[in-house]
Design a protein around this ligand. Structure first.
Ligand code: HEC
Length: 110
């Protein structure tokens, strides 16, 4: 449990960047390219996961949570705050919400 909470606890100032990502319009087709380049090796192209990363298709996530986990990491997954721009993260989230991750209707924040 503490392993999962660790990145969030480290990251009090990080909400700012999540806000900036969420303020952008994501382009799902650009996001597909980011997904192919950075994510499929562990999560598989359809998002159902591999030995190196979990299935992302079975659990709803809000856009804000996706942005936070992608930027700053989650448990064993390292964050992509250095590797990806805010626009790339926004594009990626648009792609994930179109195709991979079920929408979190009650907590959806955009
Ligand atoms: C090196 C392998 C690896 C890569 C590359 C990777 N992930 Fe992950 N990802 C993981 C692992 C492992 C976890 C589970 C971490 C945990 O729960 O401890 C995870 C968790 C996640 C979660 C949270 C799932 C949950 O249960 O809350 C999301 C969302 C996610 N990854 C998205 C992405 C996206 C988007 C990319 C590309 C930018 C990416 N991942 C790249 C290995 C990877």
């Amino acid at each position: 449990m503490s392993v999962r909470l660790f990145p969030l606890l480290l990251c009090v100032g990080c909400a700012d960047r999540v806000e900036r990502v969420l303020a952008k319009d994501g382009d799902p087709s650009a996001g597909a390219a980011v997904w192919d380049e950075h994510c499929v090796e562990c999560h598989a192209s359809d998002g159902t996961g591999t030995d190196d990363g979990p299935d992302l298709t079975d659990e709803p996530e809000s856009s804000a949570k996706l942005a936070d986990k992608i930027l700053y990491g989650w448990g064993e997954m390292e964050g992509f705050s250095e590797a990806l721009s805010n626009q790339e993260v926004a594009d990626l989230i648009a792609y994930l919400e179109d195709t991979v991750v079920p929408p979190a209707s009650s907590t959806q924040d955009r």
